[in-house]
Design a protein around this ligand. Sequence first.
Ligand SMILES: [Zn+2]
Length: 105
Amino acid sequence: MAVFNETMNEFIRKGAFERVRWMQNLEKTMLPSHIKRIQQNDKTVMQEVVIPRWVTWDLLFEWANKKNTSSGRRCILCANLDENGIDFKERFICENCFLKLKHLE
Ligand SMILES: [Zn+2]
């Protein structure tokens, strides 16, 4: 997920955690029908969903098409498997660890 991960890493670097959070919760924000239309490259979805201005079509399209059903990835910090988390410099950080890091800032 090049565009998606690069965008997220950039926001992490900049400390734009609200944006990171939004990207993490994208799944919960979108209706399955919207996701399906994004996968089909139907850009009219953009007029129906409430999304921040910084979100690009490329980002959504890549996200929708790369959504995988894996049961979790191993966090580089706590070594637990978790589905929710972020990719940071090509490594996975689970949501819990990410929130701890965020509080350290
Ligand atoms: Zn962790």
